[in-house]
Design a protein around this ligand. Sequence first.
Ligand code: GDP
Length: 450
Amino acid sequence: MEHRGKREVAIVGRPNVGKSALFNRLVGRNIAIVHDQPGITRDRISAESRRGDFILWDTGGIGGAGESELVEEVHRAAETAMSEADLLLFLVDAQEGLTPIDQELARRLRRSRRPVLLVINKIDHPKHENLAAEFSRLGFESVTISAAHGRGIDSLVKVIERELPAADTKEKITALSVAIVGRPNVGKSSLINAILSDRRTIVSRLPGTTRDAVDVAYRRGNDHFLLIDTAGIRPRGKHSSSVEVFSVMRSERTIRRADLCVLVTDATSGVTAQDKKIAALMQKAHKPSLVVVNKWDLLKPELRKRETLAKLTRETREQLFFLSYAPVLVASALTGENVEELFRLIAKIRRASRDQVGTGLLNRLLREAFVANPPPAIANQRLKLFYATQTREEEEPLLATPEFVLFVNNPQLVTNTYARYLEAQIRAARPFLGLPLMLDFRPRAQGRTL
Ligand code: GDP
């Protein structure tokens, strides 16, 4: 999934300077819908500004923390914003005056070498303009506003537009679209919650959301993700078989749209028939996949942890044998255990998708495979392999499905069992974790047998 890179503006500032008020002013609409999304914490949201052509990040929002943690949080949020935004709005409170936290933030912002615009808030009346004077020694270009009263917002937007790079010079951002699928009640919403409320996740919500499919965009470090069709995840507490049928149909559509699918199952119930149905859809759609066995905490993991884990993983693999390429991760959305590991796995799958089996190695290992276990004769004919090669993508996609072309005497002689056998031989050389392999058998009349 790709979208054009939008310019990004981040609001940075200590608590209570009016970041939310400014955010709402610049976004130009009520962002309550963002709050409706599970787990999107108020403190790491972004929205497209209707007042200007940019995406606005609210990085601050720190509540309830003690003084020292609070400073830490402000700094961390600022750190993230500094590494990613095209323009930083450094918000201060004119009525409070310049505080030590402001000064410390200013130092860090200066070091970031990003463009910074000092926005002096709570100048509710022209006669308060003189309060802005003391901030001038921070040395940033500044504007005065009153976010609460909407004063100075128009000129702020003009300055932002002037400071930002031209709209079309930003490179394309590519986000990996991830579908979280599974039957009701396995904990999909809870997992999404756990992901989105994780400190390393920065949530945004980008255009492209249709009425019935809600896509949530977020990023971790430099990786952009799009959780797709989170609206398909049913609200809590509804149970009915029609919900189950609906969820399979819906999953099918969602799976097709995804670059990567995460099947969530419930550790307490084991793999059910319905889990298998959804897994089969993932396999049929040839989607890079992984399985999260959720609710690990309910198995009292403190007892015989390693054995229980190994057993759970093994049983899940056995039940989902047709999706054997998908790694299985045991996790708990409730405690957050292994949620971080999920991202490590996704990164691993992405790396694996760039693996190439060299043509020499590929042909050697397939030739050996033919010798070790010759294909069955069908109507007096036997499959012969001439040459095989792994196709290379011209333009590197986000997550390529490895594809192999095998030139044979007659593709009709390839049985499913034999194709699976050859696939296993390739995987023995390169596991291609989480990735389906496509074997494309093509006829070739003449040529040497290997
Ligand atoms: P969904 O239908 O798949 O989205 O499932 P929900 O996220 O609504 O979760 C269903 C129920 O399982 C809720 O009561 C959750 O609180 C609970 N739940 C989800 N994940 C976990 C977990 O990891 N551990 C425990 N103990 N409960 C969980």
